[in-house]
Design a protein around this ligand. Structure first.
Ligand code: DX5
Ligand code: ZN
Length: 221
């Protein structure tokens, strides 16, 4: 049986009470913390950086932190997030001048590495680096904002990515990000995803536990 991971995106959390929000969502059964880094350059929004990641570690968060870099250039942030206690670091291949080097930097720093694909970014960026990724993240919305609608074409792309992973024989997680909720998580899992980012679908509800339970119930179907 697949081990499904639920990764709440703290982009939709209350930033004024971030430590408490992360504690609450982990207590409610989340597996990993999805941490969206936006630079107002690669994407048209500005969020949080390595200091906030470090602050969560200092606050006592021991769960894996899944850092999704939406920044350009990439490499300097890789070093800073390794220092700040990241567990996974993923970046968009178009934003890196030297994809292989960036992936290597992440693993050399002791973190798990990954590439992120926008809805229109082809999977062929993986052709020569399947042995260097621990995670493939498919965006099911255009990056920059929470609360957008899931783009249905992602399901087909997930099936293609799942085939690539299975054929490679490597242990690679397949993550999906954007517009994921209780209503579509089962269908997304059937297409091959095993790691589910959900921001607004979790943080915009009153009871995180019942939302995460409902997601797990869908995944068990
Ligand atoms: C979008 C971010 C997502 C976002 C998802 O650029 O990468 O992680 O928080 O938000 P929802 O789940 O609300 O679509
Ligand atoms: Zn994200």
């Amino acid at each position: 049986m697949t081990d499904f991971l639920i990764a709440p995106s703290i982009l939709s959390a209350d930033f004024a009470r971030l430590g408490e929000e992360v504690d609450n969502v982990l207590a409610a059964g989340a597996d990993i913390v999805h941490f969206d880094v936006m630079d107002n350059h690669y994407v048209p929004n500005l969020t949080i950086g390595p200091m906030v990641c470090k602050a969560l570690r200092n606050h006592g968060v021991t769960a894996p932190i899944d850092v999704h870099l939406m920044v350009k250039p990439v490499d300097r942030m890789i070093g800073d997030f390794i220092e700040a206690g990241a567990s996974y670091i993923t970046f968009h291949p178009e934003a890196s001048e030297h994809i292989d080097r960036s992936l290597q930097m992440i693993r050399d720093g002791g973190c798990k590495s990954g590439l992120v694909f926008n809805p229109a970014t082809p999977l062929h960026y993986l052709d020569h680096v399947m042995d260097k990724v621990d995670m493939i993240l498919l965006m099911s919305v255009n990056p920059g904002f929470g609360g957008q609608k899931f783009i249905p074409g992602t399901l087909d792309k997930l099936r293609q990515a799942r085939e690539l992973i299975d054929a490679s024989g490597y242990d690679i997680r397949l993550e999906v990000d954007g517009g994921v909720g209780v209503g579509n998580i089962a269908e997304i899992a059937q297409a091959g995803a095993d790691t589910f980012v959900a921001g607004s679908a979790i943080f915009n509800t009153d009871d995180y536990q019942s939302t995460i339970d409902a997601m797990r119930a869908e995944l068990a179907k």
